[in-house]
Design a protein around this ligand. Structure first.
Ligand SMILES: [Zn+2]
Length: 193
C-alpha cells in the first residue's frame, strides 16, 4: 500500500512504472494486466485514482489478501477485478482474463501495457489453486502482445511478480518471454533483455 508493505512486496513496481511512464515520458494511457494469483491490491491502491491508468486483475477468490471483489471497480470505475475460484480449467482463466482486457480497453487505447506476471497462478504452486500451465501464460502473453501491436506498436513490459515453485516459475518465464520475442522477431526487431 502507499504507506506499508503487504505480502512479499516492498514497492509497487508496476504501479510506479505506470506513473513514471506518464510523468517522465508523457504516456497518457497505461493498461496494467495482472495475472498473479493474488489480487493486486497494492497496484489498485496506487493507480485507482488516476483516470489514465486502467487496471485488470484476475485472482483466486476467496484468497489472500481478501480484496478484489468484482464490484470493486475503484472510485473512477477504472478497475476490472476478476475473482475466480480455484481448480477451474485453464481455458476458463484464459478466456476470463482476455474478456477483462477487452472490457478495460473499450474506448481506451493504451499507449503502454504493463503486465504483472505472477507465476503463482500455475498449477501446483503452493500459494495458489489455479491450474494454468506455462503454455497458457504464453498464450495469454501472445494475445496481449498482439493487442498491444494494434494499440501502441507492441509496447509491452512484463514484470516478474509471484511464483513459489522455482522450476514452474522458470518454465512460465520462458513461455512468456517466447511470446514476447515471437512477435518482436516477426516485426523485424531484435529481442533483447
Ligand atoms: Zn501472488
Amino acid at each position: 500500500m502507499r504507506d506499508r508493505g503487504m505480502g512479499f512486496c516492498l514497492f509497487g513496481n508496476v504501479a510506479l512504472g505506470a506513473h513514471y511512464a506518464r510523468r517522465k515520458y508523457g504516456v497518457e494511457r497505461v493498461l496494467i494486466v495482472d495475472f498473479d494469483v493474488h489480487h493486486g491490491n497494492g497496484t489498485q491502491a496506487l493507480v485507482e485514482t488516476t483516470p489514465g491508468i486502467h487496471f485488470v486483475s484476475m485472482h483466486q477468490w476467496p484468497w489472500y489478501p481478501g480484496t478484489g471483489a468484482a464490484d470493486d471497480r475503484g472510485p473512477l470505475r477504472t478497475v476490472w477485478n476478476l475473482p475466480m475460484p480455484a481448480g477451474l480449467s485453464p481455458q476458463e482463466y484464459v478466456e476470463t482474463l482476455v474478456r477483462g482486457v477487452d472490457d478495460a480497453t473499450r474506448g481506451f487505447v493504451p499507449e503502454l501495457l504493463l503486465v504483472s506476471a505472477g507465476f503463482d497462478c500455475l498449477r501446483g504452486d503452493p500459494l495458489g489453486g489455479f491450474t494454468l500451465e506455462p503454455q497458457d501464460l504464453g498464450r495469454i502473453t501472445k494475445v496481449l502482445v498482439e493487442k498491444a501491436m494494434t494499440w501502441c506498436g507492441g509496447r509491452v513490459v512484463a514484470v516478474l511478480e509471484g511464483g513459489y515453485r522455482p522450476e514452474r516459475l522458470a518454465a512460465g518465464v520462458v513461455e512468456v518471454m517466447r511470446a514476447l520475442a515471437g512477435v518482436a522477431a516477426s516485426s523485424g526487431c531484435a529481442a533483447t533483455g
